[in-house]
Design a protein around this ligand. Structure first.
Ligand SMILES: [Zn+2]
Length: 351
């Protein structure tokens, strides 16, 4: 039977609505979609994750963009953490994964605050797999690890993490990706490397290892982990894609590549659309992160001190757009999943 791409096409469409009028997403999406062909991005990413994941498997999640690192490493933006929190919510319920967040050391507490707002307890890395084992009385749990800012040390750490946990997947959402000189840039071409751990090298090592670990990059601006997949296209049009402002000798396009690149207007939207695709593909409607989960995640980022990067303010606002916009988008993803699953209910009925 041919695959019914319709619900995934609709998820792709909603996650790429250019509500912020940045004129970037159309190009980012076109380049990303060229790599998946007839499969929508949400379909390609969900399929890869579901195919490779067994209950109990560890999945690493990368996020955190220290958008004011020239002044302090304590400030990160609110795009990214919400996507990771809501994606973990769905992936753990639908696929029984063991979530492990990889974060900069200044972001451990803020991310823990966001996770608490979506109902998750932080568990030490040594016991998180036991805590996440499927159970009638589950523990909604995750662990956080940090990595070094030094590339040589980080590569050693990456190999240790991959050997120890044999992750089914690594998912990056709005994580700054260093260029070939190891410099992470913001979209204005400035060097914001300071304070960023080299979690990209975990991602890169897994991708290049060509083992079973699926790598998914989610981004919205062209400077995030995974955007190396569309380097040549970005080089043509992305501001500072060819030459940055920091004098490192490169541009802002990250070196890292991934198995599936998900480009969306806001990175959080890409993560939520992917979560909805996983629900559609598994039929597990109970794993949908509803509007309350999204509201809690957004309020959690404000409580944790994440900022809306364009305005620089700690607020329930992401990428310059207020909370109701993000809740509406999240609800549209959920409705697409519900519409599909309810109209195909017989597929999921127990015989
Ligand atoms: Zn530079």
């Amino acid at each position: 039977m041919p695959v019914d791409y319709q619900p995934y096409e609709m998820l792709d469409k909603v996650m790429t609505l250019d509500m912020s009028l940045r004129n970037a997403i159309e190009k980012l999406y076109k380049s990303s979609r060229n790599l998946t062909g007839e499969a929508p991005l949400t379909y390609a990413a969900a399929k890869a994750l579901i195919d490779e994941t067994k209950p109990g498997d560890v999945v690493f999640f990368l996020t955190g963009l220290l958008v004011r690192s020239a002044f302090t490493t304590d400030i990160a933006e609110s795009d990214g953490p919400i996507g990771i929190a809501t994606l973990i919510y769905t992936m753990q319920r639908a696929l029984n994964i063991t979530p492990v967040i990889v974060a900069d050391k200044t972001m451990v507490q803020p991310l823990a605050t966001v996770m608490r707002h979506v109902g998750y307890s932080r568990i030490p890395i040594d016991t998180v797999q036991g805590a996440c084992a499927p159970s009638k009385r589950p523990t909604r749990a995750y662990a956080i690890v940090t990595m070094s800012e030094d590339a040589v040390t980080a590569i050693t750490e990456a190999k240790e993490l991959l050997n120890r946990f044999n992750p089914a997947a690594i998912i990056s959402c709005e994580r700054g990706g260093p260029n070939e000189f190891g410099i992470t840039h913001n979209s204005q071409g400035k060097d914001i490397s300071y304070g960023h751990c080299r979690s990209d090298l975990l991602f890169k090592t897994a991708f290049e290892d060509s083992g079973r670990t699926v790598t998914i990059g989610i981004g919205d601006g062209g400077n995030e982990v995974g955007m190396g997949n569309i380097h040549d296209d970005l080089y043509e049009w992305l501001p500072h894609g060819d030459v940055c402002c920091c004098g490192c000798g490169g541009g802002i396009i990250p070196e890292t590549k991934c198995d599936v690149l998900v480009s969306s207007t806001v990175s959080n939207w890409g993560a939520s659309a992917l979560a909805a695709a996983i629900v559609i593909m598994t039929g597990k409607q109970e794993a949908l992160a509803g509007i309350d989960v999204h509201r809690n995640a957004i309020e959690g980022t404000a409580a944790a001190g994440f900022i809306d990067s364009p305005t620089g303010e700690i607020a329930t606002r992401i990428d310059g757009m207020d909370m109701p916009v993000h809740l509406a988008i999240a609800e549209e993803f959920a409705q697409i999943a519900r519409s599909y699953l309810n109209s195909h209910a017989d597929m999921w009925e127990k015989k």
